[in-house]
Design a protein around this ligand. Sequence first.
Ligand SMILES: Nc1nc2c(ncn2[C@@H]2O[C@H](COP(=O)(O)OP(=O)(O)O)[C@@H](O)[C@H]2O)c(=O)[nH]1
Ligand SMILES: [Mg+2]
Length: 425
Amino acid sequence: MAKATPTVTQADPRERAVLVGLCLGGAPRHETEASLSELAHLAEAAGAVVVGEVMQERQRPDAATLIGKGKAEEVARLADQAEAGLVLFDGELTPAQQRNLEKVAKVKTLDRTQLILDIFARRARTHEGRLQVELAQLGYLLPRLAGQGVMLSRLGGGIGTRGPGETKLETDRRRIRTRIAQVKREIERVRRGRHTQRGARQRAEVPQVALVGYTSAGKSTLFNTLTRAGAPVSSQLFMTLDPLARRTRLGDAGEVVVVDTVGFIQKLPHTLVAAFRATLEEVVEADLLLHVIDAAAEDLEAREAAVAAVLNEIGAGDVPRVAVLNKVDLVPVARREGLLAAHAGGVAVSALRQTGIEALHETIARRLELEPKRVRLGFDPAEGRAIAALYRVARVLGHEVEEGEVRIEALLPARWLTRYQGRMR
Ligand SMILES: Nc1nc2c(ncn2[C@@H]2O[C@H](COP(=O)(O)OP(=O)(O)O)[C@@H](O)[C@H]2O)c(=O)[nH]1
Ligand SMILES: [Mg+2]
């Protein structure tokens, strides 16, 4: 079964990909299909556009090409017709299979692990995150080094480090092992530093809201809905175009930083677990998590449990959490009501149709205690820094000096009341 979907115009700059799924030994077909649709979603997350799909059923994998030579040729024809520059295999290819398939397909051929690594590499934002991804990439590369075709240049290391009588391959392997050891040490160092920082952790001036949930639950759609609606046109030019973290205003309630994350992936290769967790560091630091749930998913409870388990494991179990039941445009009203009843404090939205967003704003504002309180505070004129800090978190209505004291009247988000308790006048 092969189909090409030639819906994309030639002007589209995205990489064009053909997906290949394999259904082995009479495994249920719908499992392979579900896995393939997750792969499609991952491909999109990596910036590709899916232009064709091939699925094959066989008893056992072919040692040389995984899917068998005839099928591999069919993939090559489809890739050619669809003008695809990339073939993505759902599953892991041995180094030899990858080389053989690339020879037949005549275009870049990657497996699921490489695709996920690519997504993580784009998305790792912290130093530790980048190191974890590099470590996973090196570990993946090491057994796949077989001479030509492998780009080592970006791994650093000088030319001419080759010892006498040593083959190029051995030098490359040694260089990778050295780098792996370096990266591991660096990760340890960063971790130790982080623990000391966390002890002194303070509330962020602008509260951080992180979107978590399963792949394709609608996190990125909601991210766009939340941040686009909030961006005033005049500041558009100055808005950082970080695709994953954006500062935005929630109606009248004040500003937050919304952070998008990589979704929880169903078939995450175990070698990628550490790298995956590193992409979630910001989740641990967030003030509020929006757990985006696909209300139309059949295995919704299992997915939720998987997300909750990972949150606990990474130390984000205590971060306040709101259940956002997304895609309610796809479910009957009765199911929506049932889901809301089962998720105390939850909100039903459609990120795509932009319904329920105001209620979500209100919930976020309430949970983050953003509602403004009118206060009068007193400062010593020498406390310039404390005054500047207040200006950053509050809307100042009046500022005057009385009896040698700076008196400031302001609208202060409720979350800051305790910090300024001693200054109330
Ligand atoms: N019908 C419907 N589809 C949605 C909604 N939100 C997202 N989607 C679709 O679900 C798919 C996955 O969305 P995406 O935001 O990329 O999910 P993510 O993996 O969690 O970031 C896309 O095809 C979206 O268009 C929604 O509220 N209703
Ligand atoms: Mg996304």
